[in-house]
Design a protein around this ligand. Structure first.
Ligand code: GLN
Length: 490
């Protein structure tokens, strides 16, 4: 049996009892990485020289893990899956990485992602398309696609992700695992390549809620290098998942869960929503009060546009330092302007360039009021609506996406092509980023033989309550620690 498919505490005990060594785990994880690379193309770098470390009291010590390639890792290639940083090797570790290193965690690979975190398909990495281990003709969603594929395949018990719109929580659903982004600022973003700072969260992908709590307990903390980080030393996430049920009342949103609200319902969507309602019954069995609430459909339909405007504006500004002068490959040209133009033209994929066009447009003085400021106002309305719900409910429960992983074929990102109501269902996780709310996706069974997820989102600073409810719900279902095992004959 491979310990890599176990949960963190089980692996830790096996290490302490010397049933397995850290070196053996690392070597096995590297072997598995190669198989998953062949099958899913999930990595930018596999750290062939990674070695085991001495095991101590820290639960993570000696255990291998993976890191999304937009975290700065000292002396290890960090590309953000972009050609602009194809040979960039940082001279420092992101704070989250440093915290894990201090706890004895062993990084074994850097995972592929949508370029700089922009995208939800896993198809824009400079190293090629990332494939879903459950069905390689389907996507993992994005942007933490490689991390999701690797954890689902049992390469290690956890990998780091980042989440600006849904980039941890959607791939987790598509790959049948857990994806957790804590409250905004709980984990320092120092050293994470910035995409849209006001929306961005570090987080983790695991195979059970308890593991997500263990890892974030180590990653979190106030950091002088990130002024949005705050002191969470009084929060003990792991312990919170071990307590009896603390939640009392949860809700779901009619407009996003009622099948009659959608046109041309596919079998996948139907099954997905049925699954969701079945899980609500389990919540009731657990002793939770579950209520349906209604939210203005117009507001819900606006959320995807609000996200596009704000995230593209922030990305345009944040990524303006990628010129090939300070970082990345020098462009060709007679002067600095030509060199920058050459570097950026060759370096960025068409998707990113489109986003820069949108970002620049909405930030132009004459457009700011109409687009950027209005988007901020609607963001506020959405956040206030959710905050109102949190006065009465401990968590909002919703299905993730419109079904299981979408086929890769024909996956090109086309904004505005989907029906508005469906798009709201597909994109609602972005509200968790608008409000900085803690949010977790857990597996919710299978549709058409592929995993689907359910999401729970709570009010800011209610991470303990959120993880507590999530772990009780997880225990009621049969998908805890599920693995899509890789085999040598891919
Ligand atoms: N799908 C979203 C986007 O394309 C999410 C990205 C993210 O969370 N990093 O921007």
């Amino acid at each position: 049996m491979s310990y890599l498919t176990s949960d963190i505490e089980t692996i830790h005990e096996a290490l302490l009892e010397k049933k397995v060594t850290s070196d053996e785990l690392v070597r096995e994880s590297l072997e598995k990485s190669k198989i998953v690379q062949e099958k899913c193309n999930a990595f930018v770098t596999i750290l062939e020289d990674a070695k085991g470390v001495e095991v101590n009291d820290s639960l993570l010590s000696g255990i291998p893990y993976g890191v999304k390639d937009n975290y700065s890792t000292k002396n290890v290639l960090s590309t953000g899956s972009s050609n602009t940083l194809v040979d960039y090797v940082p001279f420092f570790d992101a704070t989250a990485i440093k915290n894990l290193k201090d706890a004895g965690a062993v990084m074994v690979n850097k995972t592929a992602m949508d370029e700089f975190g922009m995208g939800g398909t896993g198809t824009t990495a400079h190293t090629g398309i990332i494939r879903n281990p459950w069905d390689t003709t389907r996507m993992c969603a994005g942007s933490s696609s490689g991390s999701a594929a690797a954890v689902a395949s049992g390469v290690y018990p956890y990998a780091l992700g980042s989440d600006t719109g849904d980039s941890i929580r959607k791939p987790a659903a598509y790959c049948g695992i857990v994806g957790y982004k804590p409250t905004y600022g709980m984990i320092s973003r120092y050293g994470l390549f910035p995409f849209a700072s006001s929306l961005e969260h570090c987080g983790v992908l695991t195979r059970c809620v308890h593991d997500a709590a263990i890892v974030v307990d180590v990653m979190k903390g106030k950091d002088n290098q990130d002024m949005t980080s705050w002191d969470s030393s009084n929060m003990h996430l792991k312990e919170a998942t071990e307590k009896e049920l603390l939640g009392k009342k949860v809700c779901y949103i009619k407009e996003l869960c009622d099948i009659t609200n959608f046109p041309n319902v596919t079998d996948e969507l139907k099954e997905h929503l049925e699954n969701f309602h079945h899980t609500l019954d389990l919540c009731k069995e657990m002793g939770l009060i579950v209520e349906e609430v209604s939210v203005d459909q117009t507001l819900l339909n606006a959320l995807a546009s609000v996200y596009v405007v704000i995230s593209c504006a922030e990305a345009t500004s944040n990524l303006s330092n990628l010129t090939g002068i300070i970082f990345g490959k020098r462009g060709k040209g007679k002067n600095w302007e030509e060199m920058m133009m050459d570097h950026r033209t060759k370096g960025f994929s068409p998707l990113i360039k489109r986003r820069f066009v949108i970002g620049s447009y909405v930030l132009q003085k004459e457009n700011q009021e109409r687009y950027f400021k209005n988007a901020q106002r609607v963001r506020r309305l959405l956040v206030d609506t959710w905050k109102e719900l949190y006065k009465e409910y401990d968590a909002v429960l919703l299905p993730v996406g419109i079904g299981p992983a979408k086929p890769l074929e024909g996956s090109k990102e086309v904004i505005g092509k989907m029906d508005e109501h469906l798009q709201a269902l597909d994109e609602h996780l972005q509200i968790g980023n608008f409000g900085g709310f803690p949010s977790i996706t857990i597996p919710n069974g299978f549709v058409n033989g592929l995993p689907v997820g359910i999401n729970l989102t709570s009010n800011c600073y209610q991470d303990e309550l959120l993880l507590n409810i999530a772990s009780h719900l997880e225990a009621k279902m049969n998908y805890k620690n599920q693995v899509c095992e890789v085999s040598k004959n891919v």
